[in-house]
Design a protein around this ligand. Sequence first.
Ligand code: ATP
Ligand code: MG
Length: 226
Amino acid sequence: MALLAQQLRTPLSTINALAQGLIRRADRLSTHDVQVKAEKIWRASLRLDELIETILSYTRASAGGIMLNPGEFHLSELIKRVCREQGGQEPDRPFHLDVKDVPETIVGDPILLEQALVIVVSNAMKYSRPDQPIDVTARGEDGMVRITIKDRGIGIPERDLPFVLQPFFRGRNAKKLPGTGLGLSLAWYILKLHGGNLEVESREKRGTKVTLMVPETNTTGLSYSI
Ligand SMILES: Nc1ncnc2c1ncn2[C@@H]1O[C@H](COP(=O)(O)OP(=O)(O)OP(=O)(O)O)[C@@H](O)[C@H]1O
Ligand SMILES: [Mg+2]
């Protein structure tokens, strides 16, 4: 809890300091200065919103409260949208998208699957330099769609790798970046609810590849405790 509170305080103090600066020096700042500060405030508030959303979703999931609400939807459209929206936050980063043989529609919970994908793509962005490419592929095979997200970032130290799906766990090389350690465990849980899986491969200082395995139709509706 102390760690979580600390994570929430960081963007909050950024907002606080920047807003106070704006109030105190309003008459001396150029339009450009105001714009730069306002943008920083906006980014910090986005981060805060993201943190709160992760904590709430995790709390709901760990209380067994996430239910699948499956429906038929276009998975490749969802993947493209997530890449476009996440990539839009860092316009200079190359995003390579390669979708092949994915069935027109699948049955699953599009809101939860989008959340899982956003978690993994935003990790790839957070843990690699903003000029490094991210490769996203999707392939349909034997009733399963495999989505991979590959970055060329800081990677995960070998001895931390077995623990990254555990809630609150953060790699030793990740701690200077903001985060709760809940994202991947929530994404894993969402894939498990779909009868699928999530796997992480990584090499420190080289990069990370996360694979989401999404069944085309098999939604188990099983409850997993995390
Ligand atoms: N793409 C990645 N590159 C390097 N390390 C990663 C990557 N994805 C996850 N990790 C490691 O796994 C840990 C757990 O990831 P997870 O997404 O659950 O938490 P987080 O990113 O620390 O926080 P948050 O849940 O708020 O995003 C991270 O702290 C980091 O050490
Ligand atoms: Mg994360």
